[in-house]
Design a protein around this ligand. Structure first.
Ligand code: HDE
Length: 674
């Protein structure tokens, strides 16, 4: 018998003390969680072992289907606070009354699978579930205010084309391949969104630094039944900020979870991310005068034409307790609207109203997905829907139909419809629609595919325009089909001749004839709000500074820098070559993970580090990625090895000078670096 207890020991005893008794899913206490039940110490495992079988059975089914799009995401809890109520526009309490409403937010990339990296060039999803007193309102938006396609019927084609190619199974999380560019080049309506997707908007520095948009035109309906059209905007308190492409590429390798970790750590440390919710509102008369159709999701309304009115703020102040239970199982539904908020006839939105309910059933496996805690409303909820897989509710009585007269027999009759309930806005004609025929067509102005692509491109700074051209060049360089490249260049010529020439030059391609527009594009007045750089806030708030320390560095300087950065709302991480001397080891902490860097090292350290590749990369990447570098003369050898040239972004270790530089990027350095 002694051999048996030895075997147990080899299996590993649990040394845990305290805690609840370990049980099976059915509550039976478990005496041994280390060894399966065997016929003899060296014999076969017995089928009878229900403890083992239940454990493995449950494990085998741990994964659920990932989202077909937006599979990779990060979530957080928080609240929305209505600060400027708009009862004149809507009867929805969440916007009509001051006060707080709990929310759950999920940010995502679109194309990659659940395990893909956080920093590819991609659109970011920005989905907010408001748990209002009148039911859940889901504002399921993106960080780009327009979309690739105008009609939901094209969505499966768009997504098939951008996902990994059907035969090869690659590339993952990337639009730089044949099928995507083939599709979009045949769909000129995508050109506006392409401009955004190729801009720095698609490589954000942090999820805390992106805007959000409801994209479609929605309706607000007030207590008198009056409807006002609305576009929703989220504006980040930290300002908009993006990475540069080379940095995003390196970040993908240095920290696959860069955005997820950044969001988690900010919330965990009490530095709560915050956005303002704004609205652009207009009526049918205004809409009729615009050179674009407000029901076309490939068009935006310039903020110069209708300023964004701020109505509230959203603060994310709590990380999920469990990734799967909350972030993975959260189910957003554009159909979740509350009385006072209604849809428009945007044909993309209308298609979404079918898709999400359907996808949740296949993803979460049951029509009862609304009972999962993260999806359940936080207000009373009663109806006669019953049963189904994984039913959690235990309704009492026999009233499961309506109408009924069970109350006359003294029984509980169940809920009744209310006059205050959601009532669809009736008018189908206020935007000039004539619903007298069933047609498979698009309205005339949907045929203008280029005016706003041009508007976006021409509203950018020169640096941003260069980034767009570089991005298109990179993406097309991965396209093997010459005719597709030519077709894209034909579209670019309609958008902007200079852009087309720059890209053709970068690819060493001849310029083809310009594409033939369905409607001649017009020149709209440039909009500064479309440029990140024109509205850049110089700030260290929410940013991270990496300080490389060495034996010869002056601790007083480290302390002074830390104090100065923290006083501006930034955080500091100390990095050293020797493990244990700082918070992070140099080889695993490249400068792509920081917004600015400082070197507090002695001349001997600098000489040694100048021969250590990760140290040289740390400095040369910071310089190439246009970041501030704080360094004394003692660092000269390392700076020289890294090819750093003096400019406004390279400061001494004087805290005031350094923090001023660290709050910005030095885009004029780009011409020197590349
Ligand atoms: Fe989505 N989209 N979408 N989408 N979408 C999904 O729903 C769909 C569109 C957006 O964090 C899916 O639960 C169709 C526009 C976000 O869980 C699916 C069409 C916008 C998220 C779906 C669109 C979005 C999704 C996949 C064209 C910006 C992630 C998993 C008619 C306004 C939400 C899921 C989260 C997710 C369908 C177009 C935003 C399949 C059919 C436009 C942020 O239902």
């Amino acid at each position: 018998m002694s051999s048996i207890s030895e075997t147990r020991g080899n299996g590993g005893e649990t040394h845990q003390t305290g805690g609840e008794a370990l049980t099976t899913n059915h509550g039976v206490p478990i005496s041994d969680n280390q060894n399966s039940l065997k016929a003899g110490a060296r014999g076969p495992t017995l089928l009878e072992d229900f403890v083992l079988r239940e454990k493995i059975f449950h494990f085998d089914h741990e994964r659920i289907p990932e989202r077909i799009v937006h599979a990779r995401g990060s979530g957080a809890h928080g609240y929305f606070e209505c600060t400027d109520p708009i009862p004149e526009l809507t009867r929805a309490g969440v916007l009509a009354n001051p006060g707080k409403t709990p929310v759950f937010v999920r940010f995502s990339t679109v194309a990659g699978g659940a395990g893909s990296v956080d920093t590819p060039r991609d659109v970011r999803g920005f989905a907010v579930k408001f748990y209002t007193q009148e039911g859940n309102w889901d504002l399921v938006g993106n960080n780009i205010p327009v979309f690739f396609i105008q009609d939901a019927i094209k969505f499966p084609d768009l997504i098939h084309s951008v996902k990994m190619e059907a035969d090869k199974g690659y590339p993952q999380a990337a639009s730089a391949h044949d099928t995507f560019w083939d599709f979009v080049s045949l769909m000129p309506e995508s050109m506006h969104m392409i401009m955004w997707a190729m801009s720095d908007r698609a490589i954000p520095r942090s999820l805390r630094m992106i805007e959000g948009f409801g994209v479609h035109t929605f309706r607000l309906v007030n207590a008198q039944g009056k409807s006002t059209f609305v576009k929703f905007h989220w504006k980040p308190k930290l300002g908009l900020q993006s990475q540069v492409w080379n940095e995003a590429v390196k970040t993908a390798g240095a920290n696959q979870d860069y955005h997820r970790q950044d969001l988690w750590e900010a919330i965990d440390s009490g530095d709560f991310p915050e956005w303002e919710l704004g609205i652009q509102t207009f009526d049918a008369e205004w809409a009729a005068k615009q050179p674009y159709d407000v029901l076309d999701a490939t068009k935006l309304i310039p903020e110069e034409d209708i300023p964004v009115r701020i109505v509230g703020r959203m603060v994310l102040d709590r990380n999920p307790d469990n990734f799967f239970a909350e972030t993975e199982q959260v189910a957003f539904l554009p159909t979740n609207v509350v009385p006072g908020i209604d849809f428009s006839d945007d044909p993309l939105l209308q298609g979404r109203l079918f898709s999400y309910m359907d996808t949740q059933k296949s993803r979460l496996g049951t029509t009862n997905f609304h009972q999962i805690p993260v999806n359940a409303p936080k207000c009373p909820m009663h109806n006669f829907q019953r049963d189904g897989m994984m039913q959690m509710a235990v309704p009492k009585g026999r009233a499961n139909y309506e109408p009924n007269s069970l109350d006359q027999a003294g029984e509980e009759p169940g809920p009744r419809a209310t006059d205050q309930g959601f009532a669809t806005y009736k008018d189908m004609t206020d935007l000039g629609n004539q619903p007298d025929e069933k047609l498979r067509v698009r309205a005339d102005l949907f045929g203008d595919h280029y005016s706003q692509a041009r508007l976006f491109y021409r509203s950018q700074t020169e640096v941003e325009q260069t980034h767009i051209a570089d991005a298109i060049t990179f993406e097309l360089s991965k396209v093997g089909l010459g005719h597709v490249i030519q077709r894209v260049l034909g579209h670019l010529r309609v958008i902007d001749e200079d852009l087309a020439e720059t890209v053709a030059e970068g690819l060493a391609e001849d310029l083809p004839a310009a594409a033939t527009p369905m409607r001649e594009p017009i020149d709209m007045a440039p909009s500064d709000a479309l440029s990140i750089m024109k509205q850049a806030k110089h700030s260290l708030k929410g940013r991270k500074v990496g300080i490389l320390i060495g034996d010869g560095g002056d601790q007083a300087k480290v302390d002074a820098l830390r104090d100065a950065v923290e006083a501006q709302g930034g955080t500091v991480m100390l990095i050293a070559k020797e493990r244990g001397k700082a918070e992070a080891q140099l080889a695993g902490s490249p400068s792509v993970l920081f917004d600015a860097v400082a070197l507090v090292i002695g001349a001997d350290d600098a000489a040694k580090l100048a021969k250590f590749k990760p140290a040289v990369d740390f400095v040369s990447d910071a310089f190439a990625h246009l970041k501030a570098i704080g360094a004394d003369d003692a660092s000269a050898k390392l700076l020289a090895a890294a090819g750093v040239q003096p400019d406004k972004g390279v400061t001494k270790l004087d805290p005031a000078a350094f923090i001023e530089a660290a709050a910005q990027r030095f885009y004029d350095r780009e011409t020197k670096v590349w």
